[in-house]
Design a protein around this ligand. Structure first.
Ligand code: RNT
Ligand code: ZN
Length: 387
């Protein structure tokens, strides 16, 4: 059978349960996913740094990490050529491109340092999302936005404000809003003597950053929580309670990274609650193996559940999806491609589910039929639709 014939068979089979495969494919192709540039070079960036700190880590030494902007862009191109649809790329501030020997510290970054990225994205019809880089820097050896040292704290406040300007520039140039996600590594290895003050300082820093003002039609600001980082096992300033409350009270978005919770907590279950109380929510889709290990996203159960919550709550436009993992043990381009395609597969799987029919079985308390249907669906010709 040809791909087309297999598709026609699958289409008929899904039609029997009220699922329109053409419509599912159309919805899937309209969903852009933000591909994280940092998978291509082990989160090093272009400032000459070869070590990564902030409690995150890449492991492995597979050859071929991108060493400069040209190589990273070539690798992104190769990856995108193997991923269906038109997507977005997610940049960190440490990926600024300096020309003619110029350098600027993080608090002095300007839109012009991202001009090359804008040209790259324009030629390919991509959007860009952005992130302040509050790690892998001499000023980030202890706390950053929560530091008791005003000199340090103000440096990172200036950095985040500079990033707001860059995000506005990216959005304006590319004609698509930019998500600017703030994540800080701040935390403590051992039992704190004061859990409140660092959080109060973080809160004040965020207030100062947002008080600078930014064009909300161009930039969505989000705040990412974390449970712990390597070397910060006892205390995390930007915990889930901190970030969710701050975001809700200040009209910014929460960003949930599914590696950032205790191992039995799942983001799929958190999503509907976030959608009930917020207009939009942002995600970092990753795969934690026993801890926030940032393994490549697979077509696994939790990835499928996350996608189901997006699709069946009619939230394809309200959930901003980005990937966030860094694996240096396999071909890095393949790591991008496998993860991006897997999240797309998960979305398609959700789009091919007779969601309202299953929900009505739940409402009728017909758990038997619901279980039977959910299991039967696993053997529907999903692969033929994907192909
Ligand atoms: C770290 C966070 C954060 C980073 C990237 C590089 O635990 O997940 O999102 O991975 O910003
Ligand atoms: Zn993340």
């Amino acid at each position: 059978m040809t791909i087309k014939e297999r598709y026609e068979y699958a289409k008929a089979r899904y039609a029997e349960i009220g699922v329109d495969t053409d419509k599912a494919l159309k919805l899937l192709s309209g969903k852009a996913i933000s591909m994280h540039c940092w998978q291509g070079d082990d989160v090093h960036g272009f400032e000459g740094s070869t070590s990564l700190d902030g409690g995150i880590q890449t492991t492995g030494n597979y050859p071929g990490a991108a060493r400069n902007p040209e190589e990273l862009m070539q690798d992104i191109d190769k990856a995108l050529s193997l991923i269906p649809g038109t997507h977005r790329i997610n940049l960190h501030a440490c990926y600024a491109i300096f020309e003619d020997g110029e350098m600027a510290d993080r608090d002095a970054l300007e839109p012009k340092h991202f001009k090359k990225w804008v040209e790259f994205a324009k030629e390919r019809g991509l959007g860009i999302d952005f992130n302040p880089t509050c790690f892998s820097h001499p000023m980030a050896k202890g706390l950053t936005l929560s530091s008791p040292d005003d000199n340090v704290r103000n440096f990172w406040i200036r950095h985040c404000i500079a990033c707001l300007r860059i995000s506005e520039y990216l959005a304006r140039e590319l004609g698509t809003p930019c998500l600017m996600n703030i994540w800080i590594p701040d935390g403590l290895k051992d039992v704190p003597a004061d859990r409140l003050a660092p959080r109060a300082r973080f809160k004040d820093s965020l207030d100062q950053i947002l008080a600078c003002g930014y064009d909300k039609s161009l930039v969505d600001v989000s705040l990412e929580s974390k449970v712990f980082g390597i070397g910060f096992e006892s205390y995390t300033v930007g915990s889930s309670e901190f970030t969710v409350n701050y975001a809700a009270k200040n009209g910014i978005l929460s960003l949930m990274d599914n590696g950032h919770y205790h191992p039995t907590e799942v983001v799929s279950d958190k999503l509907p609650s976030m959608l009930l109380f917020g207009d939009k929510v942002a995600l970092h889709v990753t795969r934690g193996v026993r801890w926030d290990s940032d393994h490549v996203v697979l077509f696994d159960d939790e990835t499928k559940e996350i996608a189901k919550e997006i699709v069946r709550n009619d939230a394809l436009d309200r959930v901003l999806v980005g990937l966030d993992y860094f694996d240096a043990s396999i071909n890095r381009i393949a790591a991008w491609v496998i993860g991006m395609r897997n999240f797309q597969k998960a979305l398609l799987y959700a789009l091919l589910t007779p969601n309202s029919c299953l929900a009505s079985l739940q409402d009728k308390a017909d758990g038997t039929r619901l279980m039977m249907m959910q299991e039967e669906l696993k053997f529907f010709p999903f692969a033929a639709v994907w192909a």
